[in-house]
Every structure is written in C-alpha cells, then in structure tokens.
Design a protein around this ligand. Structure first.
Ligand code: E4P
Length: 214
C-alpha cells in the first residue's frame, strides 16, 4: 500500500519524506488555507520535495472553470494530479482530463455508486472520505470494502485512495482490505511508528546499558 501525506505543510512533508513515508501528497483548500501561502508557490515547492503524485484541488463548480483550472494546474509540474469533486460537472471534467492525459483524484466520495461513476469517467484515484462518514455514525471502512469489491468485479483500474484518515486503525483496515493508497495526516503517520512497548524496551535497554563496564 502506498502512503500519501495529507497536508500542505512543507516542513511536515520534508520530515515524513525523510522517514521514507511519502509516496505522494494530497492537499485540499482547507489545508492550503492553513499555510497562509500562495497556492502556486506552495504547489511548486511541494512538487520539488516529492517526486510522487501531488493532488491539487480545483475550486470551480462548473465544467469550463474546472477544465481551465485542471489544464493550468497540470502545466505547473508534471507530478500534479488534479483533484475534482464528485459532482456531475466533476465527472464530465474527469472524462475530458482522461482524454487529455491529465491525472485526476476524485474527491468528496461518500458512496460506492459515486465511486463506480468516477471509475467509469476515467478517474486515476477515487478518494472515499472514511473519517467524515464515521463522524455521522456511518462506517467509513465499509465503503472502502464495497468500492474495492466493485472495482475488482469489473477490473476497473481507478486506484482506491483512502482519505479522511483519522487514526491508525483506518490504516490497518485499509491495508488488510488491499486499498491502493492511504493518505494520512502527519500525526497519524507518526502514530503508526509508535508503540508503548518499543519505548519501554528502549528505556530498559538504556538502563541496563549503564551497568555495562566501559
Ligand atoms: C483528502 O484528500 C482530503 O484532503 C482529506 O483526507 C480530508 O480529511 P478530513 O476529513 O480530515 O478533512
């Protein structure tokens, strides 16, 4: 399974990359707003740090606007993936992007039928938001299982990118199900590495090491 980092914070991206944990990056308008930086400058810097796919979201709601943004963004750097919303205008744009060789990440997916449509339109990635479904008392990971089953049934090659990941159990379940990618906040990536017994083990070894004659 590939790990993407779900942030627009370049310091976090650099640190996670140094740990070998970044196959790609996903950003969204809220994450970009948090940085206080200009979108294009920020994207260029992220794309210079990470060679893998970097998702950048179009904010237009209509097909013409989305296509203009998609073309502009894809010209900026070769590893940009254009993020488009799961709406009818978004699907039309995905189809055109596919025909123009622009990779897409279809975002804000909350149902398996939506994911099926995105794949039929030619999306490179589909992003079901598991955490936001959990927030409204649904089971986000059930959606991932459904999407994977449907894509396997019809040999659809859209990659399942588990998004809105909130904790390590989401990642574990995604990996067991065989999802293609999980995009995680930096805090979750660090949680994946942490285990209390690892920390206790280190402290014990260090304590015993003090008794070793030097
Ligand atoms: C995915 O691409 C989105 O940026 C992200 O995972 C949204 O997560 P949130 O629901 O925690 O905002």
């Amino acid at each position: 399974m590939k790990f993407f980092i779900d942030t627009a914070d370049v310091a976090e991206i650099r640190e996670a990359s140094a740990m070998g944990l970044v196959d790609g990056v996903t950003t969204n308008p809220s994450l970009v707003a948090k940085t206080g930086r200009k979108f294009r400058d920020l994207l260029e810097e992220i794309c210079d740090v990470v060679r893998g796919p970097v998702s950048a979201e179009a904010v237009s709601l209509d097909y013409e606007g989305m296509m203009k943004e998609a073309r502009d963004l894809s010209r900026l750097k070769s590893n940009i993936v254009v993020k488009l919303p799961l709406t009818t205008e978004g699907l039309k744009s995905v189809k055109t992007c596919k025909s123009e060789g622009i990779p897409t990440n279809v975002t804000l997916c909350f149902s398996a039928n939506q994911a099926l449509l995105a794949a039929k339109a030619g999306a490179t990635y589909i992003s079901p938001f598991v955490g936001r479904l959990d927030d409204i008392s649904e089971n986000g990971m059930d959606l991932i299982a459904d999407v994977l089953q449907i894509y396997r049934n019809y040999r659809l090659d859209t990659q399942v990118l588990v998004a809105s990941v909130r904790h390590p159990v989401h990642v574990l379940q995604a990996a067991k199900m065989g999802a293609d990618v999980a995009t995680c906040p930096f805090s979750v990536l660090k949680q994946l590495a942490a285990h209390p017994l690892t920390e206790i083990g280190i402290q014990r070894f260090l304590k015993d090491w003090e008794k070793v004659p030097r």
